[in-house]
Design a protein around this ligand. Structure first.
Ligand code: BMA
Length: 337
């Protein structure tokens, strides 16, 4: 099983007997479905998440109507698990008259609270005639929004802002589709409007790998003492459709395009019935997390099979320990791809 070929330096690691569970599904899963909605919808999934100043949890949910178009709707809960108060009407609707890039809906929001601005920055997919792009809006209360419009043209999605400037500039992670493939990139801006210094951050692997066909950022990166902890989704095309799973990587705090560690295996994939079967089978797709007061427990909110929102818990400590045991430095294995 272990092969060391000096010409290619390819090393296959012997699989462990059993995979540990790093993320624990909440027993009440799925925690939100279309049945909970105060108005008629097809489905609810892929929600951004944040803790509000009063300690409650806000989910900004992607809601799809029966035309197939999506808008965003806020749900608030004291404990982040149940007792959700859902806005009676859509919270943020596409506005194609002013923002033509939103003609086919807005999807998959990620929320970053930015202390310097004392506002939440929401990045979301705007589905234009030219394909999906990245749009940005600012809000203080998730009731009114200041829209900046499209900031990354199609084809681009899976975007989130880092909560503070790096070397004086805002930093945005996103996933453009280029002839090189569907990889994660990072770009910088002085004002959140004009973006440049685009750099490749993490690449999809190739061949049989679980993250061979596409990768993209999941929730916004989590700042830890050791670096930015990044959950990303990896897609593998199979004869019966796409499989969406979750991987883990760590990036340098002051140079976030530098990958310090990346795990080889996925850490979470569709297993429960509500993840395996829905409008799109075999999808787990987190867009948001909240951190408990202990600074360690992570509540990860994910869309399941494009039909519901589910919750899984983990901890910074266990994720970093897993990366130490299972991750390696990206540059060491360029030849493996
Ligand atoms: C991705 C995104 C997600 C969706 C997933 C599975 O490309 O569009 O919104 O959950 O596909 O359909």
């Amino acid at each position: 099983m272990i092969k060391n070929d000096s010409a290619t330096e390819t090393t296959l690691v012997k699989p462990a007997n059993r995979y540990e569970s790093l993320l624990l599904r909440h027993p009440s899963n799925p925690i939100l479905t279309s049945k909970d909605w105060p108005y008629s919808i097809n489905s609810v999934f892929n929600a951004g998440a944040t803790r509000l100043a009063d300690g409650s949890t806000l989910l900004l949910c992607r809601v799809e109507d029966r035309r197939g178009l999506s808008h965003l709707c806020a749900a608030r809960s004291r404990n982040g698990v149940d007792g959700w108060e859902i806005d009676r009407e859509p919270t943020l609707m596409p506005s194609p008259k002013e923002y033509p890039e939103e003609i086919w809906g807005i999807e998959d929001p990620r929320i970053t609270f930015v202390p310097e601005l004392q506002q939440y920055v929401v990045t979301y997919t705007s589905y234009s005639r030219g394909g999906p792009g990245v749009s940005l809006a600012l809000t203080k209360d998730f009731r009114t929004f200041e829209r900046y419009g499209v900031i990354m043209p199609p084809d681009d999605k899976d975007s989130a802002l880092l909560p503070r400037r790096i070397d004086g500039c805002w930093a945005l992670i996103h996933r453009p589709m280029t002839t090189l493939g569907s990889h994660m990139w990072i770009s910088y801006s002085p004002d959140l409007r004009y973006w440049g210094r685009h750099r490749l951050m993490l690449e999809a692997r190739r061949g049989a790998w679980w993250d061979a066909n596409k990768i993209g950022l999941s929730p916004p990166p989590i700042e830890t003492a050791r670096g930015w902890l990044v959950f990303y989704h990896g897609v593998r095309h199979t004869p019966s459709g796409c499989l969406y799973r979750l991987g883990l990587a760590l990036f340098d705090l002051e140079n976030p395009e530098k990958c310090l560690l990346r795990g080889d295996s996925w850490i979470f994939g569709p297993e429960a019935d509500y993840e395996r079967h829905g409008d799109v089978d075999d999808v787990v797709f987190p867009c948001g997390y909240t951190m408990d007061a202990d600074g360690d427990t992570i509540n990860l909110y994910y869309g399941a099979a494009d039909c519901s929102i589910a919750l899984a818990r983990t901890s910074v400590r266990s994720l970093l320990a897993w990366l130490d045991a299972n991750g390696c430095c990206e540059r060491r294995r360029d030849q493996d791809r």
